[in-house]
Design a protein around this ligand. Sequence first.
Ligand SMILES: Nc1ncnc2c1ncn2[C@@H]1O[C@H](COP(=O)(O)OP(=O)(O)O)[C@@H](O)[C@H]1O
Ligand SMILES: [Mg+2]
Length: 235
Amino acid sequence: MSDEIIRAENLSKEYVQGDVRVGALQDVSLEVRTGEFIVIVGPSGSGKSTLLNILGGMDVPTSGRVIYAGRDLAELNESELTEYRRSEIGFVFQLYNLMSALTARENVQLATELVSGALDLDEVMEKVGLTDRMEHFPSQMSGGEQQRVAIARALAKNPGVLLCDEPTGALDYETGIRILALLRELNCDYGTTVIIITHNLAVADMGDRMLRMRSGQIVEQRENEEPLPAERIVW
Ligand SMILES: Nc1ncnc2c1ncn2[C@@H]1O[C@H](COP(=O)(O)OP(=O)(O)O)[C@@H](O)[C@H]1O
Ligand SMILES: [Mg+2]
């Protein structure tokens, strides 16, 4: 029995626009263990989002493959792939992507209604510290609160993996730290595998493992024997 949840093998991605080819990923391989907290750092344009989108089944590689829980994503048909994105993957984005006409509660409910095995909504809202904001609309909440809703929405589906693309990118320093601490707490409490990508090098110290990307490649990998608590990260 392997405790590996995701294996990416030799992923390459090339975008073609007219005569211009952009190599976004080159031969990226990566193994992610169940329950691991991984931070992927790298400058803007280094291929982080491309990698995350491919792992989440939102984009396909030009070559290479992604194995999730023993299944090659390339072998899933369209409805199986939709099911994969819906049930196995929780996405958290820099700009929250909430539905503005729905309350916090409804935003989370909408996601959980589509899956089986969802977590209890009230429990999740309490976990992310939003019990008294349930009936608020996104426009009535701060950036940090909106990101908490987005995290609740992703978590409540009880996904295998939370994929977070610059989750603190739009937040002030202290709010960002609190969001990172929350992600770590959820990782510990629910055993959810978490992958965070960020251009912020300092965040690397809080991961069980950090990977550094440059020009579409992983150029460094490091296990952190003692990951730093988010509260002790400084940037
Ligand atoms: N849909 C796309 N079409 C064309 N080029 C793209 C597209 N998405 C990303 N790229 C290019 O791929 C490279 C990697 O982008 P990205 O994965 O977004 O990097 P990061 O998230 O690290 O900033 C960049 O050069 C970017 O311009
Ligand atoms: Mg990006």
